[in-house]
Design a protein around this ligand. Structure first.
Ligand code: SF4
Ligand code: F3S
Length: 113
């Protein structure tokens, strides 16, 4: 199995998740982070750290985002790992704000991905 970062990370990158990962499984892209299935040891600790609930165990990824497990694996091939927390992106929103936009079909924002 592995864990998957889904589009609620987009434009946020809170990076609380990387602080707790024991194996540097996170890789950083310009708009979001991704989890490398080759290094992730399925410890589950990152899930609760994400303030916008962007991380899921592979078998619990919401239906509309199931393709993101493969996207995570793909993106990690060419992106650097990230192991220290840094400031969130200036575009970061709260979970409630993201959920409202998502409900209106406006997430992720068009400028990302
Ligand atoms: Fe890292 Fe554990 Fe999250 Fe996998 S489940 S990305 S090993 S913190
Ligand atoms: Fe993204 Fe959440 Fe980590 S917003 S960077 S998955 S803490």
């Amino acid at each position: 199995m592995t864990y998957t970062v889904t589009p609620y990370c987009t434009a946020c990158k809170y990076t609380d998740c990387v602080e707790v990962c024991p194996v540097e499984a996170f890789h950083e892209g310009p708009t979001m982070l991704y989890i490398n299935p080759e290094t992730c040891i399925d410890c589950d600790v990152c899930v609760a750290q994400c303030p916008v609930e962007a991380i899921f165990a592979e078998d619990q990824v919401p239906e509309k985002w199931t393709e993101w497990t493969a996207i995570n694996a793909q993106e990690c091939e060419n992106l650097p790992t990230i192991s220290a927390q840094k400031e969130a992106l200036p575009t970061a929103l709260t979970l409630d704000e993201i959920k409202a936009l998502d409900a209106d079909g406006k997430w992720p924002p068009p400028a990302s991905e």
